[in-house]
Design a protein around this ligand. Structure first.
Ligand code: ADP
Ligand code: TYD
Length: 379
C-alpha cells in the first residue's frame, strides 16, 4: 500500500500553530482535496479536534481515521484506531493508498513507513509550535514540482518519492556496544538491532556477544555475598581479562572479516560498576585503553526505580537469581551517575557514545537507535 504524507510546510518547517494552520491558502486546500478525495486519511488527535472545530464532521468522501488512544469525544463518522498497524489495516479496506495528514507526532511516526510525500512548501517563515520531520535528502527524491503564488504567498507543490535503498557494502565491519544499569532494556534493544542489521541486507553477518564473556568464576563472585561494595579489585581484574579474551577471540576476527559485532556490555561496564564499588575511574579507563573502541556505544538510561521495577516483574527463570548489584538503590544511583560521567570523558576522547532515554516504549527507543545506526553506517 502507498503511504503518503501530505503536509503544508513553512520555510522554517512549521506546520501548525496552536492546533491550526498558520496560513490560509485556498489553492492548497483545493490541492489537498483533489489528492485525498476517495482515499482514506489518517490523522492524530489534534488534527481531529481542529476538523471538529471547523466542520464538526468528518472530511467528506474520504474515510477519516483517527489514530489516538486518548480521544474521549468520539464523533460518529470517524474511525478510531489505537495503533499504527490497526490504522493501516483499516485504511487498506478502502484503498491501496492512504494519506497521512498530521500533526507533528503522526508525521514523525509514519515517516519511516512513507513511500511518498506530497508537500506544499510555503516560502516564508511562520510562527508555530508544530514541525514537520526532516526530509532527508539521502532518502527522498524530488519527482515533481509546481511553483505557485497568490497575493499573499509564494508556494510550491512538491512530490517526493523514496529513493531505492542502496546499501553500501560494509568492508570493515562495525562494532557496537550496549551499556546501562541492570534492567535498563539493553538486551531487548540488542535483539532489535541485530534483527535490523540482518534485515537491511542478507549479506550482513552479525555476531552477538556479551560481558561477562566466558569466565564463569565472575558469576560465582556476584552471588557470594550481597554487599555491592565488596571484591572491587578482583572483579575489575577478572572482567578486564575476560574482555581481552573476548576481543581476541570474537571481536577482532569478526571485524576483520567485515562482520558486525554487537556486544551486550563492554568496557564502560567496568568503568561504571567498579568505580561505583570504589575504584578510580581514570585508572579503569587507562587499563582498558588498548581495547578496540566500539564504532558506537549506546547507553540506555533509565532511573534506578524504573529498572528495579522492570526486573521485579520479570520471571526469575528468565532473569536469573538476583546478584549483589541489583538490590541496593544507592549503589544503582551511583552507577547511573558514573555512566553519565564516563560518557562525557569518553566522548572527549573522541568515542561515539549516545545516551538514549530508556523510559519510553521499546519501539520508540529502538526508533532512535535505528536512526543513529543507519546514519553511522553511511560514514
Ligand atoms: P537488561 O538487559 O538491560 O537488563 P532487558 O532488555 O532484559 O534489560 O529488560 C529488562 C525488562 O524490562 C524486561 O522484562 C523487558 O521486557 C523490560 N523492558 C525493556 N525495555 C522496556 C521498555 N522500554 N519499557 C518497559 N519495559 C521494558
Ligand atoms: P549479568 O547478570 O551477567 O549481566 P546482565 O544483567 O547484563 O545480564 O551480570 C553482570 C553484572 O556484572 C551486572 O550487574 C553488571 C556487572 N558488571 C560489572 O560490574 N563489571 C563489568 O565489567 C561487567 C561487564 C559487568
Amino acid at each position: 500500500m502507498e503511504i503518503i504524507l501530505i503536509a503544508g510546510i513553512a520555510q522554517n518547517n512549521v506546520i501548525g500553530n496552536k492546533g491550526m494552520l498558520p496560513w490560509n491558502i485556498k489553492e492548497d486546500l483545493q490541492h489537498f482535496k483533489e489528492l485525498t478525495i476517495g482515499h482514506p486519511v489518517i490523522m492524530g488527535r489534534v488534527t481531529y479536534l481542529s476538523i471538529l472545530e471547523y466542520l464538526n464532521k468528518p472530511l467528506p468522501n474520504r474515510m477519516n481515521i483517527v489514530l489516538s488512544d486518548k480521544v474521549e469525544d468520539k464523533k460518529p463518522g470517524f474511525i478510531f484506531a489505537n495503533s499504527i498497524e490497526s490504522a493501516l489495516e483499516e485504511a487498506k479496506k478502502y484503498s491501496d493508498r492512504v494519506y497521512i495528514m498530521g500533526g507533528q507526532s503522526i508525521y514523525k511516526q509514519f515517516m519511516p513507513l512513507a513511500t511518498k510525500l506530497e508537500i506544499t512548501k510555503i516560502h516564508k517563515d511562520y510562527e508555530g509550535d508544530a514541525y514537520f520531520p526532516e526530509i532527508n535528502e539521502s532518502d527522498w527524491l524530488e519527482k515533481k514540482r509546481e511553483d505557485k503564488e497568490n497575493s499573499e504567498n509564494k508556494f510550491s507543490f512538491i512530490t517526493y518519492e523514496r529513493k531505492p535503498q542502496i546499501i553500501k557494502p560494509v568492508k570493515k565491519g562495525m562494532f557496537i556496544a550496549f551499556e546501562g544499569i541492570d534492567g535498563c532494556g539493553k538486551s531487548t534493544q540488542v535483539r532489535n538491532l541485530v534483527h535490523h542489521i540482518f534485515e537491511k541486507s542478507k549479506y550482513h553477518h552479525v555476531v552477538l556477544t556479551r560481558n561477562p564473556y566466558k569466565n564463569v568464576s565472575i558469576r560465582e563472585i556476584l552471588h557470594q555475598d550481597t554487599d555491592p561494595y565488596s571484591q572491587a579489585e578482583k572483579l575489575a581484574e577478572l572482567y578486564i581479562n575476560d574482555r581481552k579474551d573476548q576481543v581476541e577471540e570474537v571481536v577482532k576476527p569478526n571485524l576483520k572479516d567485515g562482520f558486525f559485532v554487537v556486544t551486550d556490555r563492554y568496557k564502560m561496564s567496568t568503568i561504571s560498576y567498579q568505580t561505583a564499588q570504589g575504584l578510580e575511574m581514570q585508572n579503569l579507563i587507562e587499563k582498558q585503553s588498548s581495547l578496540p573502541i566500539p564504532h558506537i556505544t549506546f547507553i540506555i538510561d533509565v532511573s534506578p526505580e524504573e529498572a528495579m521495577d522492570r526486573m521485579r516483574k520479570e520471571d526469575v527463570s528468565v532473569r536469573g537469581k538476583e546478584h549483589k548489584f541489583e538490590a541496593n538503590i544507592d549503589f544503582i544511583k551511583k552507577l547511573r551517575e558514573n555512566y553519565k560521567i564516563a560518557s562525557e570523558i569518553l566522548k572527549e576522547n573522541g568515542e561515539k557514545v549516545f545516551v538514549i532515554n530508556g523510559e519510553r516504549s521499546k519501539e520508540e527507543i529502538f526508533q532512535e537507535i535505528k536512526e543513529i545506526f543507519d546514519r553511522e553506517i553511511q560514514n
